[in-house]
Design a protein around this ligand. Structure first.
Ligand code: NAP
Length: 268
């Protein structure tokens, strides 16, 4: 199957992955229609048309989806994600979308006990049973996460604070997610209707992250291993008020890569 002739609709288009999906589509000359609640966040690109609005607004969804046959489905993680994305899948079907590529998570699993894992599994299942053609991407942690709190503590204290011990993750650059998305939008081929795990080239610890940043900025950066209790305390002290599920979820050790791959074959 080849979808290359009609517009791709992109949700989460100003986010860490959606912005990269748009950039790669634009470089490939693929026409995209993207949604944001705030046009001042929109990056102007060739072949990209921006629409201002909220994905929970039905009229706005219609403007986004009419005339598109493919959709990148991502809205950020929240307690309303399953309900919102299920409604969008229904609307997409109504407006003639044939293929949906959903950004999921390696935490998605039928027996997940944490909220993000449960929510992603439920949304993936809704898409799988929709009757549309689909893929879900389950990328490891983004390298772009380092540009938030981690960058601030490196800048201010030359230190990284995490409760990951010596654990390793195969962090991925969101540009790589964009490249995979664009390839699938062009033609998912034999990958269609599958959950696809994605990772960076190597699993690395925060000791290695600190060492790499030290080389880049030519100053020593230290990784401070926190206990889960200390990490929770640091999060609670921040001015920004986070929902409790985030505090507890993101301080849990990540599942092993073998476990995550098992999840993916379960849905394929
Ligand atoms: N971070 C990681 O390491 C990691 C790893 C694996 C999976 N994930 C998954 O990735 C997802 C987050 O993706 P991301 O980091 O690319 O997104 P993000 O940077 O958090 O951005 C969220 C996007 O959603 C859009 N959005 C949110 N609510 C909206 C609404 N009501 N109407 C219209 N647009 C709305 C925002 O657009 P505007 O604000 O411009 O309107 C923005 O473009 C989560 O589901 C997470 O579980 C993350």
């Amino acid at each position: 199957m080849n979808y290359s002739t009609a517009t791709v609709a992109v949700l989460g288009a100003t986010g860490k992955t959606g912005s990269q999906v748009l950039a790669v589509l634009s470089d490939a000359g693929i026409v995209a229609r993207a949604l944001t609640r705030d046009l001042s966040n929109a990056r102007q690109l060739p072949f990209t048309e921006w629409i201002q609005g909220d994905m929970n607004d039905t009229a706005c969804l219609r403007t986004l989806l009419e005339g598109c046959n493919r959709l990148y489905l991502n809205s950020g993680l929240s307690s309303t994600m399953v309900e919102e994305q299920s409604r969008i899948i229904d609307e997409a079907k109504r407006y003639g979308v044939k293929y949906i590529l959903r950004l999921s998570s390696p935490a998605a699993r039928p027996d997940a006990t944490d909220n993000p894992g449960k929510w992603h599994w439920q949304a993936d299942e809704y898409l799988r049973l929709s009757g549309l053609q689909w893929n879900v991407l389950r990328p490891q942690s983004f390298m772009q996460n380092w540009l938030g709190e981690l960058a601030a503590s490196v800048k201010g204290e030359r230190s990284i604070y995490e409760a990951a011990g010596g654990g390793k993750k195969a962090f991925i650059h969101t540009r790589d997610i964009g490249n995979v998305a664009a390839a699938l939008f062009n033609d998912p081929g034999e990958w269609v209707n599958a959950a696809i795990p994605l990772s960076g080239p190597a699993a690395i610890s925060y000791h290695e992250v600190a060492a790499a940043i030290s080389v880049a900025i030519e100053e020593p950066v230290t990784y401070v291993e926190l206990s889960p209790a200390d990490a929770r305390q640091r999060v609670m002290q921040k001015e920004e008020c986070r929902p409790g599920w985030q505090i507890y979820t993101f301080l849990r050790p990540p599942p092993s890569v073998a476990e995550q791959l098992k999840n993916c074959s379960a849905i394929m």
